[in-house]
Design a binder for this molecule. Structure first.
Ligand SMILES: NC(=O)c1ccc[n+]([C@@H]2O[C@H](COP(=O)([O-])OP(=O)(O)OC[C@H]3O[C@@H](n4cnc5c(N)ncnc54)[C@H](OP(=O)(O)O)[C@@H]3O)[C@@H](O)[C@H]2O)c1
Length: 278
């Protein structure tokens, strides 16, 4: 039976497709715009939009397992559609924010919780991947690293444990190819704690050029970030940084427990994406 990857154009979704193909799985992939997908011919591609559950009919027919992003308005309708198609197991890219106190009332936590709950209530088998902050969030710095060898930040001493998208995809692939992770909700983090300042320095070290941090006020940061992301996101990102100053975020061992390997470092992420910053 085929495995369906929703969002095969995404960083995680694309890496999931690669792993499934390497493992010899039959893969279907969706995008809202499948023409942009650059996938081997053996992958069947479909147009589908998470906000239009009926659009998943052709893609999900006869599929046993689905990899799903949580970016959707009406999870109940989508999950009902997947159930009717015969899907048995959904592997959801959720977030560790669902485990934080007050997640129900938090903008970020609540949007993932809604999707997790709809899947739980549907009776479908599930795996909820709960990553913390992605290493790829540093991709937002690429423009200023390239143009100014500098990154403006309001809270450079915020501490994170950034997770590589490839680690998330590795765990997703395990979940999508067997029953080992049925009902599991692994928290995925990187293997080390790093301040934003240390992440900037790591990027500098990888590209062989010194990259400095320029301290900003929150208002300056908000003005800059909201050019690229919705204002609600800009507020969330800055608030997360503010709260992470001087903290010691938990490092999860779930990646190693599931895959038997060490989680990829932020340095590895920077090396894998060096062209973004050169
Ligand atoms: N950044 C973080 O620190 C962090 C932490 C925890 C969780 N997350 C979650 O992880 C996800 C981001 O992962 P990523 O880096 O792999 O994302 P990405 O590279 O930006 O890709 C997002 C994917 O989602 C698909 N998608 C979005 N809206 C869709 C819709 N309405 N219908 C169908 N497909 C849709 C896109 O497909 P098409 O455009 O091709 O249709 C695309 O393939 C988000 O859900 C985010 O909330 C992020």
């Amino acid at each position: 039976m085929s495995v369906l990857v929703v969002g095969a154009s995404g960083a995680v979704g694309g890496a999931v497709v690669e792993r499934l193909l390497t493992g010899g799985e039959r893969v279907r992939a969706t995008s809202r715009d499948p023409q942009k997908l650059e996938l081997p011919d053996e992958v069947e591609t479909f147009a589908a939009d998470l906000d239009d559950p009926a659009s998943f009919g052709p893609a999900s027919a006869g599929v046993e397992r689905v990899f799903l992003y949580a970016d959707l308005e009406d999870p109940g309708a989508l999950v009902a559609q997947l159930s009717e198609s015969g899907v048995r197991h959904v592997v959801l890219l959720s977030s560790s924010s669902v485990t934080f106190p007050g997640a129900e009332d938090d903008f970020n936590g609540s949007r993932f919780l809604r999707v997790e709950r709809a899947i739980e209530q549907s009776g479908l088998a599930y795996t909820f991947l709960r990553p913390g902050g992605f290493a790829s969030n540093a991709a937002r710095w690429s423009w200023s690293v390239k143009s100014d060898s500098a990154v403006p930040l309001p809270y450079p001493d915020a501490v994170q444990a950034p997770v590589h998208e490839a680690d998330i995809a590795d765990v997703a692939a395990v979940a999508l190819t067997g029953d080992a992770l049925l009902g599991a909700t692994p928290i995925l983090t990187g293997p080390e704690r790093l301040t934003l300042r240390e992440q900037v320095a790591t990027i500098g070290s990888v590209i062989g050029r010194s990259v400095s941090v320029i301290e900003q006020t929150e208002a300056e940061s908000f003005a800059l970030l909201s050019q690229y992301v919705p204002e609600v996101w800009a507020r969330q990102i800055i608030g997360d940084w503010r709260e992470a100053v001087g903290t010691s975020p938990a490092i999860s061992d779930e990646y190693t427990r599931i895959t038997g390997r060490t989680a990829r470092s932020f340095r590895t992420w920077a090396e894998d994406h060096v062209d973004l910053f050169r």
